[in-house]
Design a protein around this ligand. Sequence first.
Ligand code: SAM
Length: 864
Amino acid sequence: MSRQVQHKEVVSDTGKVITYYDLEKPDAAVLDAKLTAAFASAESVLSCECVKTAVQQLFANKEMQEMLIYVSRLPVFSAEVAGELKADLGLLAAVKHLKYFYSIPVSTALFALSSVGKQYAKGDWEGLAYRVAGDSSIAKITVRALSKADPELDAVYSSNAAYLECADPHAVFPTSIYRMCDGHVHANQDASVIEGVMSTSITTTIKIQTGVLNPSNLTLCKVYKPIGKCVAVVDQFVDEKWGEDLCKYFAHHGVELTKLVYRAMEADKDISTVEEILKDLKMHSVSRNEPVLIVGGGVIADVGGFATALYHRNTAYVMLCTSIVSGIDAGPSPRTCCDGFGYKNLYGAYHPPVLTLTDRTFFNTLKEGWVRHGIAEIVKMAVVKDLSLFELLEKAGSRLITTKFGTTCPEDTEFGEMCDAIIGKAMEGYVKSEYGNLWETHQCRPHAYGHTWSPGYEIPAGMLHGHAVATGMGFGAHLAFREGFITEGESRRIMKLISDLELSLWHPILDDTDVVWASQEKMVQKRGGNLCAPVPKGQIGVCGYINDVSRERLEKTMAEYKTVCQEFPRAGVGIDPHCHDVGLEHPGTTGVCKKKEEDQAAAEEGSVPSGAALSYNEWIEQCQQQRASSHTERLGGAEGGAAKPPVFDENTLFYPVVEAYALSQTTLGSKDVNAVVESTDKEGLFAPCMVGQLEGQFLKMFAKSTKASRVLDVGTFTGYSALSFAEGIAAGGKVVTLESDTKIAGVAKSLFDGSAQKEKIELIVGDARAAMRKLLEDKQQFDIVFLDADKENYVTYYDLTMDGLLAPGGVILADNSLCSLVYTEGDERRQKLHDFNEHVRKDARVEQVVLTVREGITLIQPLA
Ligand SMILES: C[S@@+](CC[C@H](N)C(=O)[O-])C[C@H]1O[C@@H](n2cnc3c(N)ncnc32)[C@H](O)[C@@H]1O
């Protein structure tokens, strides 16, 4: 076949001939004529018994070739093509695939042909496509490969390919048929300065359908049957409810399904989950042209989508949304992400799915509280984007919740259709807002309505995301009225809808204007210095932005708003507004949410928990997984034996907050030990020498619980440990305490004498080694020997104790044993303590444990 190529030659100023290759100018009438002719002429292939013959005859058909070549030269990603074909979106989607007919599997091309519409594809073209996709000998062959066997056919297609190689290389050698790039570059004479611009166009399809997993529904089949397999990333909660249907669907269509199941609670939205998915995708050899199927709610949409963005730098995915939030918001969103280092949505990529399917059938297994809070995202789109959606919501009211979007009353088809329209219109509003600003390069984002103040108080209040957003929407509507954007009646109408849907207009946390103001300030920071709060403007269904709200105005309007809320049922408080109301943990208890308020305000908008409540065992399992293998190694223990202690650059074992918090939760010291602290201070003695309240209480309780009656305290200082032990042992017991410094011993003596424990304490002044030898000679024994004198002599003190000072069943407590880490490099005591630790470790007569209390206490006991 000969074909007039669309190119023109132009002679430049320098006399050089430049050839321009043009694409076809989109024209619906021309396409219509070509399609009509092609299908009429090729219809006979439908009656071929042999699918191979049918395929060969189809692509050899002249009219079919003419149409395919025309489509291959259309700029299918352009606004012009979309404008021409907007009346027939099935056809628009089909041409986006047919453009690549030369390079995609013939079965995919046939499914695309079968989707052009019944006015063209009059016979059972879908049936033929299905048969071809089921025949492994031909399903994956491309027209490029097929035509090579027939010189006449090859001449037609390869000359078109040669033309396209210049005019539109993407059409003939695509790595992805879902995205294409463009750009222009200019350089100066010597190429020392280069200016460039790059752009990417991404195509996507969104469908609201019911019964996606019903075998008679071919939507997923058309994607995966030509490939012969499907790798699915599935939310564990969804898998429990719908996993079997998923398996049956693909089994029915002869597609090999690999199901990769992950926990997808808010706490799982971590980089480690993304890594896990990446590892699994690699293990199952997923190729970049094979769309991954992601099944579930908002969390799996975020982490799964992010993993596919990273995998091969960009792998297509199909999103099957099973929750309301994913179904109209997170699912088709290009903003994929995960948490990291305790920060919400720290990592991410802009990577929308190539196909999003929202099926309300799945809403049937959601809890009512989940349905209710998910609806907030729909209200959001209605108020600022679509009055007709707003009216539909008013009409459907709380029945949306009680029937879970009509899934509990399938016989009411009229209501079902209304539910589909609500979902569809919400989706339309959302993607119209989102896709025009894919990389969030500006802040005029209508879908952020309700998300200006709520991020700052959602977590502290323990609210469900939807309820928090609803309070923000109510307040935003009132502010819009005060700004003169909408009438008071319109503002009340918005509030009434929120209230009718049992969502929250008010929450007591709004009384704390410090929190609300802090949230606003953080949001201004996040939005590049502008508040840019989207609110209804002009009328319901249209968006405007408020940029200036002073603190005074915020407080005044909030007070007014509170009064208005009183007029509504429950004084504006929603039904089950908190996470715990629907069986979820308080969001502030998850790792991510433990961060300070400023992190919360900076948190990404629109992210909500997904799935069911955790049982205690599930929670443990989750925590263990998160702590990863290093934790497991620690649980398994480790061998010592190094000559030196490891490098440790800190001067405490703890974050300061840990000790402070532990102290604050520990029983306060007695009057006597407090007197020790006071005297130590007054005498100007080195206070850190004392064991202090935390360890003192431990020593006291240890003595008490082990029923010790005789304690040897080696290193008295001003007497804190001696007094603590004395408080722990019963009347009649004895604490012998050893101190070499006479001045210090004098301070201790007067403190002991003034205390309630006077009778129980015996102070020996002098070198502890000599005193211990004497005690040994005297055959004295102790239930507890506490080593806390000079660190250089710990080994000697230990050996003397083991030589007979320790009573049968007694215990040695060696204080500061972890100062082998904490003391600075070069401090002799650092090595001495390490030598002592090793000395004990190698002593086969004892077993020991190093407790990480304060600066370490090693508890040593001879084996029975
Ligand atoms: C860390 S402080 C003991 C703190 C004490 N356990 C408390 O709770 O307050 C160590 C004490 O041991 C004393 N000391 C150091 N070397 C000694 C030795 N060879 N014989 C006896 N006491 C010694 C020091 O004078 C010092 O008062």
